[in-house]
Write a protein that binds this ligand. Structure first.
Ligand code: CTP
Ligand code: MG
Length: 163
């Protein structure tokens, strides 16, 4: 059990780092530059260039670090790919939330928690697909970790909402 969890975290860690860093370092100019589609924002003020760029940089640094520790260029490359995939998954979820009329920051249960790991696994799959067991562990574990991280982020004033 513990082994499976460690295995899952090992695969997905750079995407976690990328996603948390986008919250920690995000802010400023929104990616959609305020543009709207059918009266709703394209993405909203919660998806910023700074979050995307710092998220990708932090995730990539983590990926290269893990790759060096494990002695594999492929693991580094996979980590960079899932960092980008995770950030894009988060952006795609905001796009979807705005289309169904959910305002920026309002909750979309499960989607908010899983968007980035689904994006990460999807983009990562061009290079590597983890075992079903590992994927399932990631999908079950992530909502809990995500919620925990967000409550901590909220208490430390990095986030406006605890989800
Ligand atoms: N963030 C950012 N840039 C990103 C992703 C996140 O600046 N690419 C920052 C924003 O400050 C955002 C916070 O991280 O408010 C939390 O991210 P998230 O919960 O994904 O965004 P929400 O504000 O909840 O917006 P949405 O409803 O679009 O998910
Ligand atoms: Mg949110």
């Amino acid at each position: 059990m513990i082994e499976l969890i460690l295995e899952a975290v090992k695969y997905i860690l750079p995407a976690y780092v990328a996603n948390s860093s986008s919250v920690l370092f995000g802010g400023g100019s929104p990616i959609d530059l305020g543009r709207e589609l059918h009266g709703n924002r394209l993405l909203g003020d919660g998806k910023t260039w700074r979050g995307l760029i710092f998220g990708l940089m932090s995730g990539s640094i983590a990926a290269v670090g893990i790759g060096i520790i494990l002695g594999s260029v492929l693991i580094s490359l996979y980590g960079v790919l899932i960092s980008l995939g995770g950030l894009l998954g988060d952006i795609a979820a905001s796009f979807f939330k705005r289309r169904i009329g959910v305002e920026r920051g309002d909750p979309a249960p499960l989607l908010d928690q899983l968007d980035f790991v689904l994006g990460a696994l999807a983009l990562g799959s061009v290079l590597f697909v983890p075992s079903e067991k590992v994927i399932l562990t990631i999908i079950i574990l992530t909502p809990f970790l995500h919620l925990l991280a967000n409550v901590i982020g909220y208490l430390l004033d990095f986030k406006d909402k605890p989800w």
